[in-house]
Design a protein around this ligand. Structure first.
Ligand SMILES: [Zn+2]
Length: 166
């Protein structure tokens, strides 16, 4: 098994959509960034990449590369999944914490978990999501995400079962 950890933060900016975990949430401000600023998908992407010691999200998808301007962060997650698959691993579960003053994540938590689970190809009860407010941190104009992932080696046993079935 392998563990991976990722962290990300973006500043709130007026007049852009708020994307979190692949979902667009109703809010007057969105998260600024070169891509769509999806802080949760970025933390998850780095956690997946870190688990297989691959280069991080900023190295693979440079913020100075015009190709990634306004990009859907699901693309970054898909590339990370491709890399862990190539390394012979599969995602077991993920856990994450969002730290932001607003909007309230509670009402959207189930949809975000379902969306992230679909992007990762795992059941939604394998996606943890907590949201906290940044008490005393002075980061009310930013959203922060922490994520951990657990990977397991795709076993020879499973291959053997498939072979027997054939
Ligand atoms: Zn980011």
């Amino acid at each position: 098994m392998k563990i991976g950890y990722g962290w990300d933060s973006h500043e709130f900016k007026r007049g852009i959509p708020l994307k979190i975990g692949g979902m667009t949430l109703p809010h007057p401000k969105g998260l600024g960034g070169h891509s769509d600023g999806d802080v949760l998908l970025h933390a998850l992407t780095d956690a997946l990449l870190g688990a297989v010691a691959a280069p991080d999200i900023g190295t693979l998808f440079s913020p100075s590369d015009p190709r990634w301007k306004g990009a859907d962060s699901a693309l970054f997650l898909a590339e990370a999944l491709k890399r862990i698959d190539r390394a012979g691993y599969a995602v077991v579960n993920v856990d994450s914490t969002l730290i932001l003053a607003a909007p309230k994540i509670g009402p959207h938590a189930t949809s975000i978990r379902t969306c992230v689970a679909e992007l990762l190809g795992i059941p939604s009860d394998c996606v943890g999501l907590k949201a906290k407010t940044p008490e005393g941190m002075g980061t009310d104009n930013a959203a922060i995400a922490h994520a951990v992932v657990l990977l397991e080696k795709k076993t020879a046993k499973r291959g053997a079962i498939r072979k027997t079935k054939r």
